[in-house]
Design a protein. Structure first.
Length: 75
């Protein structure tokens, strides 16, 4: 299993690369521990119908580690 990491950071969005077997809750917990938002709104997985998701899948296999997935978060 590969380590989880933050692959992109923005003001209101962030991408994490986490083991594919992790639950959504585990991915959110990692995101909030690794890069706290500093505001009341914590990091949450983007919903499939979020316009920023532009129809993309919620979990995308990592190109560098097939055992991991990339997930976009918003706060």
């Amino acid at each position: 299993m590969s380590e989880a990491m933050i692959t992109r950071r923005g003001l209101i969005d962030m991408q994490v690369c986490v083991p594919s077997e992790w639950t959504d809750a585990q991915a959110e917990d990692f995101a909030n521990r690794a890069n706290p938002t500093g505001i009341r709104s914590p990091w949450r997985l983007r919903a499939a119908d979020d316009p920023a998701q532009a129809g993309a899948q919620i979990r995308v296999t990592c190109a560098e580690c097939a055992d991991n997935v990339h997930i976009m978060m918003s706060c």
